[in-house]
Design a protein. Structure first.
Ligand SMILES: [Ca+2]
Length: 227
């Protein structure tokens, strides 16, 4: 089957980049959270019992052609996401060009799709691609030394859209509090299986799609309880 590209908003992580509020704390826009148009920041905030180096807030900035998401002297879990309008039932593949730098920080990256269009990166609904990074065994294909001159294409393939929107996540984590842990995101592309076909005009069908998606969520929840 052939693949058709679904348009993203600024899939290339290009300018303009704008300052945003801290996605956990809200408030005014801050320079440490500077994100490319079309994308939203997220991260795991520090818990009350975390040591000072753990779960630090990442910073977001433009670096050359990249969206950089990074931390210093700590561990981070975070990234950027974008919700994209699709047709429920679409079979989707996400491919993102990325790289990272690290100073023995145990950096690992992955990308994922939430087929229900949620915005919680910790949701169990998200279909993640495999981790790629320096924590994998060195003889494993997922082992990746990183470096700005050593980008990779991270992907998650053949995910069925369960709602009129899906959400794309570009995620970095690191294990050790090294001096540098940085992810660089350059080009995100979303593909749909099948030829280009005329899309239906928006109408009552969209509402039904939402209802069906909701029913599927309920059915899945009941199934989980039953099992
Ligand atoms: Ca770019």
């Amino acid at each position: 089957m052939s693949k058709t590209e679904i348009a993203l908003e600024n899939g290339g992580f290009d300018s303009p980049f704008t300052a945003r509020p801290d996605p956990e704390l809200g408030g005014p826009a801050v320079g440490e959270v500077t994100v490319a148009r079309g994308w939203q920041p997220y991260y795991t905030p520090q818990g009350a019992n975390d040591p000072p180096w753990k779960h630090r807030r990442p910073e977001w900035t433009r670096f050359q052609q990249w969206q950089k998401v990074f931390g210093t002297s700590g561990t981070i879990q975070g990234g950027v996401f974008q919700r994209v309008q699709v047709v429920p039932g679409d079979l989707l593949t996400l491919v993102v060009r990325a790289c990272f730098t690290s100073s023995s920080s145990g950096v690992t990256l992955r990308v994922g799709i939430d087929p229900f269009g949620g915005t919680d990166f910790q949701s169990s609904e998200i279909q993640w691609g495999g981790w790629q990074g320096e924590t994998a065994p060195k003889n494993d294909p997922s082992y990746w030394q990183g470096g700005l001159d050593n980008p990779r294409y991270l992907s998650r393939e053949n995910i069925e859209a369960e709602a009129p929107y899906v959400t794309l996540f570009c995620h970095i984590e690191n294990l050790y509090a090294g001096k540098d842990e940085s992810a660089f995101w350059d080009q995100a592309t979303l593909y749909r299986e099948g030829e280009e076909e005329p899309t239906e005009p928006p109408g009552p069908g969209g509402d039904w799609a939402e209802v069906i998606a909701q029913l599927k969520r309920i059915a899945d929840a009941v199934e989980k309880i039953a099992s």
